[in-house]
Design a protein around this ligand. Structure first.
Ligand code: ZN
Length: 419
């Protein structure tokens, strides 16, 4: 059985590497002509620069994947897991404490392995392409703060879950799900006040004319946002974004200061209209409901599998502690989850189209959004030529060229219906 799982893991790994490879090959094979909207914004030299950026990212991503695969193989298939599990069990008697130690130490190892990659990405790769604006001091401060926040959340979520497993051995799947649901709803409310200010500074928009335009757009879209803010993303990176978050009364619009630097007012409003589209079309709600259903199903499945000892022969699951069994099941879930990726990417691209359509209806044409997106692609050195298969599997947004053409078409449609 273990051999079969090893083959399944290697199969998925080979597919992932093959997708990366055809994507790189496709980019190097040559460029299709770009639509008119790109003219004057993105030239050959700019495309060379984007290619170099993508390749540098692919290289470090490749090494990171190899390290991940090797660690997984050694830990799960090389006999390290039972040894680790027994060591923890011999060290602590308590079910809850040993479970916390089991996952906590693994998370720590994962963090430590990730540190050199994070340093390399920020201070070598992003630096070389002019994106990094973070000092080493800020990087360290971020690390310490996220470690603290992560530890508190880990102790709360994992500690609470383990306690519930012990308390309700026959129905923990439902209790743990409910507990995590309550905590995540609390976090949705509290995170803008408790967690985000630890990392970012939110201030009113510097451009006063923009604020009134944004408010007009919000009214037109039927949204009431308490606050329209800009965030100092530029302290860390030159990459840009915008978002509209919150539920109930804590709704707020947040624009990255880098986005304000890069786009003019009309383009900014079009980008914001797209974000509002996600909210108006109920995408955020759908996403939340979908993920809660998935979580409920996963907990129930894990409970049933462990209860019926259906997988006891696999990996010698019956020899492992509860934490060890959960880890193996989680890993198995992520393996199966890979085949779910194309579907969830397709679903996400559908939502992006709907939000684009909403933006077209709000601002009257797709032109502003298209020109804003082209500028962002230029500033962010986006890859304009992904392999169609790669994009189909992984892209949460339609590839830019296709999206810009579609937006231009949208303009034509609105014109036609206005006539
Ligand atoms: Zn979107």
């Amino acid at each position: 059985m273990k051999l079969l799982l090893l083959f399944a893991y290697l199969f998925v790994t080979v597919i992932r590497f093959a997708l990366d490879w055809i994507n790189i090959r496709h980019r190097q094979k040559g460029r299709q002509p770009l639509p008119d909207e790109f003219f004057g914004q993105i030239d050959e030299e700019q495309l060379d620069h984007s290619d170099a950026y993508a390749l540098a990212g692919d290289r470090v991503g490749f090494i990171e994947s190899i390290v991940g695969v090797l660690l997984t193989l050694v830990f799960l298939f090389g006999g390290l897991l039972p040894w680790y599990d027994h060591m923890i069990a011999g060290f602590l008697d308590s079910f809850i404490l040993s479970g916390l130690l089991f996952f906590g130490l693994l998370a720590l190892v994962q963090l430590l392995v990730g540190i050199p990659f994070s340093l390399y990405r920020n201070f070598i790769l992003e630096e070389r392409f002019g994106f990094n604006r973070m000092s080493f001091k800020l990087w360290c401060a971020d690390l310490v703060k996220s470690l603290l926040v992560g530890s508190v959340l880990f102790l709360l979520l994992a500690g609470g879950a383990l306690w519930l497993v012990q308390w309700a051995p026959q129905g923990w799947w439902l209790w743990v799900w409910g507990f995590w649901l309550v905590i995540s709803i609390f976090l949705l409310f509290l995170s803008p006040y408790l967690i985000e200010p630890l990392f970012f500074k939110f201030t009113p928009l510097v451009r006063a004319d923009l604020e009134s335009d944004v408010r007009d757009l919000l009214t037109k879209a039927g949204a009431h946002a308490g606050k329209v803010l800009q965030v100092d993303a530029s302290r860390r990176s030159g990459h840009s974004n915008a978002y509209f978050t919150g539920i109930g009364k804590v709704k707020r619009v947040v624009l990255f200061d880098t986005l304000i630097e890069q786009l003019d007012n009309k383009e900014l409003l079009a980008v914001l209209a797209h974000e509002l589209g996600h909210w108006r079309c109920g995408h955020l709600r759908q996403q939340l409901i979908k993920s809660q259903f998935m979580a409920l199903f996963s907990f129930w499945l894990a409970f049933t599998l462990l209860q019926g000892q259906l997988l006891s022969g696999w990996f010698g699951l019956d020899q492992l502690s509860f934490a060890g069994q959960v880890l193996v099941l989680g890993w198995l879930g992520s393996l199966v989850g890979f085949f779910w990726t194309p579907l969830s990417s397709w679903w996400s691209r559908r939502h992006e189209r709907q939000a684009d359509q909403f933006a077209i209806n709000m601002v009257g044409s797709g032109q502003e959004l298209a020109s804003g997106l082209v500028k962002l692609a230029r500033e962010n050195l986006s890859n304009l030529f992904p392999h169609p298969l790669y994009a189909a599997v992984y892209y949460s947004h339609p590839p830019l060229v296709e999206r810009v053409l579609w937006l231009e078409q949208g303009k034509v449609q609105v014109k036609a219906s206005a006539d």
